[in-house]
Write a protein that binds this ligand. Structure first.
Ligand SMILES: [Zn+2]
Length: 146
């Protein structure tokens, strides 16, 4: 999924589960699970994009997600916990970026291969709709855990 979707899921986990020893592993676990839902991503077709475009789009996606997560959940939890949960929810994609951008192999290519195998793909516009529904549903459901 987009970094924005993962950031919102990580943020919702931090805002709902006050114990970081549960919240942080859960945020890490949320990434591959969310990625199994058919979705669209900036990374699709990365081989045909210039590295610069890929970098700019990924960075924008990440910064946008961070901003949105802080706006939505910033008042519900500790900022250090919130940023850690967001980091854990993004870490799988961050770990594959050196491979996508610079061709660095192990361990970065392993993260790419694993994610490539489990990723559910859907074209636009449905690939965005499925993400909005998944993220919205999770954020809504997590409010009741609180
Ligand atoms: Zn991923």
């Amino acid at each position: 999924m987009t970094a924005t979707a993962h950031a919102l899921i990580g943020g919702a986990i931090a805002a709902s589960i006050s114990n970081p020893s549960i919240g942080l592993p859960l945020a890490a676990l949320s990434h591959p699970i969310a990625d199994m839902v058919p979705h669209w991503d900036f990374g699709w077709g990365w081989k045909k994009k210039t590295k610069f475009k890929l970098f700019v789009q990924s960075s924008f996606d990440l910064i946008f997600g961070l901003t949105l997560a802080f706006l939505l959940f910033g008042r519900s939890t500790e900022p250090v916990y919130l940023i850690s949960a967001i980091f854990m929810s993004e870490v799988w994609d961050l770990m594959q970026m050196p491979y996508l951008l610079w061709g660095w192999k192990f361990p970065f290519s392993t993260f790419y291969k694993f994610q490539h195998d489990i990723n559910g793909k859907a074209k636009l516009p449905w690939g965005i709709v499925t993400q909005a529904v998944t993220v919205g549903g999770l954020v809504f459901a997590l409010r009741f855990v609180h």
